[in-house]
Write a protein of this length. Structure first.
Length: 178
């Protein structure tokens, strides 16, 4: 399973829970902070997620899958969209969280054990049945629009940029190498 989203209309899921775990994150480094709340690993809980995801992949219900790590959800959603050369519309209000009340925490927390998954809507019922006892949510859709759109926890627009702009900024640090 590759990281790139495949088709407009596919559903975007977040598997796992987001916590206030910005300690040592890329986000805090950019702001000049270190932070206290570092990501914690919960092997027993994560094993359940990995087994469920393995089952969903084995049944061909998953179009794309990508782990979330350094940089957090916002960065990795952009990678999935850029990889598929398709837009996304995302609602941070749908993200499973625990004691997180700020958009920047949802976007940049580096909580472990999380995945971005895209699926064909025809597989929604079977996919959700496998994850019903775990933390997961449909947080958006893949679109043909070639725009990367994120609405905040309160529904306000946070990001609305053309996919090409994301690609330009992503490649910029490489200068002449691209």
């Amino acid at each position: 399973i590759t990281l790139d989203c495949k088709l407009p209309g596919d559903l975007v899921y977040l598997i796992g829970e987001t916590h206030n775990e910005l300690g040592g994150s890329e986000y805090y480094e950019t702001l000049g902070y270190i932070g206290l709340n570092v990501p914690r690993v919960h092997p027993d809980r994560f094993a359940l997620i990995y087994r469920a995801l393995g089952h969903a992949i084995a049944n061909n219900w998953v179009a794309s899958a990508h782990g979330i790590y350094r940089g957090g959800l916002g960065i990795h959603l952009a990678l999935v969209a850029m990889g598929g050369n398709l837009g996304m519309e995302i609602d941070l209000g749908a993200v499973p969280t625990e004691q997180v009340e700020r958009d920047d925490v949802v976007l940049f927390s580096e909580s472990a054990g999380r995945f971005i998954i895209t699926i064909d809507p025809e597989n929604q019922q079977a996919f959700e049945e496998v994850f019903k006892a775990l933390d997961f949510a449909c947080i958006g859709t893949v679109t043909q629009k070639n725009r990367f759109v994120i609405k905040g926890i309160d529904g306000q627009m946070l990001v609305d940029v053309p996919l090409q702009d994301l690609k330009t900024f992503w490649k910029k640090p490489f200068g002449e190498l691209v």
